[in-house]
Ligand binder design. Structure first.
Ligand SMILES: Nc1ncnc2c1ncn2[C@@H]1O[C@H](COP(=O)(O)OP(=O)(O)OP(=O)(O)O)[C@@H](O)[C@H]1O
Ligand SMILES: [Mg+2]
Length: 254
């Protein structure tokens, strides 16, 4: 469904993606983890055609993304939904209208149906009370969920999530995890999820890829990933567990 083959991308003199190759099957939930600044968001931006590679090839749903024409880019954007790291809501529209926007802009769905659909998605994400509020009037976590509602409303074949659980409390994080799982079951949706949250990666990922230095150092199903002998993977996993250990220690010393 999505293939990166020897992709490189530099900004000025900085090489961000360096011979990046990976493959995501249809219906798979593919998790990308890795240190900050390693090119995870840049990778997602390539999949939705916001950034073009310097070299190498990217195919999404049978379409090769190098030198896309405007029409092809529009076709791609209809298939691929994205939850941006910051939510990316329009600040002059209330939450309801933000979520309804993709349906009003790119479908002929009657307004009554749109309203029902938006209500049901807001409901699932616990945003009923926020519908009439402006983005500046809601919390960061609510903004994130509203961004998610807007991305999912058109039921795209491919969903890209940039840090869907960061800044959310653990209960809401697990709710987002189950939502990603549900989209897969209901719509056979293919998902690429960038996350710092190892629990989330282990919960919902069919595969976990560790990106570091602009390439994939390890890519395996959760069980195998945890057993990896790659030293960078080990230190990534240990760093996540050590946070939990420090936390337990702080509590026991209180
Ligand atoms: N449009 C751009 N122009 C110039 N440099 C960019 C651009 N986008 C990203 N970069 C650079 O590319 C590198 C990778 O950025 P990216 O946002 O992909 O990191 P990330 O892995 O998503 O990090 P984080 O976990 O902090 O979100 C960074 O050094 C960033 O400054
Ligand atoms: Mg990022």
């Amino acid at each position: 469904m999505i293939t990166f083959s020897h992709v490189t991308k530099s900004f000025r003199n900085q090489r961000v993606l360096d011979d990046l190759s990976f493959h995501v099957e249809k219906g798979e939930t593919f998790m990308i983890v890795g240190p900050s600044g390693t090119g995870k968001s840049v990778t997602l931006s390539h999949i939705i055609g916001l950034i073009q590679p310097d070299s190498g090839e990217i195919t999404v749903n049978g379409m090769t993304l190098n030198n896309l024409k405007k029409e092809e880019l529009r076709a791609l954007r209809q298939k691929v939904g994205m939850l941006f790291q910051g939510g990316a809501l329009l600040n002059w529209m209330n939450i309801f209208d933000n979520v309804a926007l993709p349906l009003r802009e790119s479908t002929n769905m009657p307004e009554k149906e749109i309203r029902e659909k938006v209500r049901s998605v807001l409901d699932i994400l616990g945003l009923e009370a926020a519908a009439g509020k402006m983005p500046s009037e809601i919390s960061g976590g609510m903004m994130k969920r509203a961004g998610l509602a807007r991305a999912l409303i058109t039921e795209p074949a491919i969903m890209l999530y940039d840090e869907p659980t960061s800044g959310l409390d653990p209960v809401m994080s697990r709710r987002i995890d189950s939502l990603i799982g549900e989209m897969k079951l209901k719509f056979a949706m293919t998902s690429v999820v960038v996350t710092h949250d190892l629990v989330s990666a282990l919960n919902v990922g069919d595969k976990i890829a560790l990106l570091s230095g602009g390439r994939v150092l390890e890519c395996a199903p959760p069980g195998e990933f945890l057993e990896s002998r790659n030293p960078v993977v080990r230190s990534f996993i240990d760093s996540q567990f050590s946070i939990k250990k420090e936390f337990a220690k702080a509590i026991s010393e209180r």
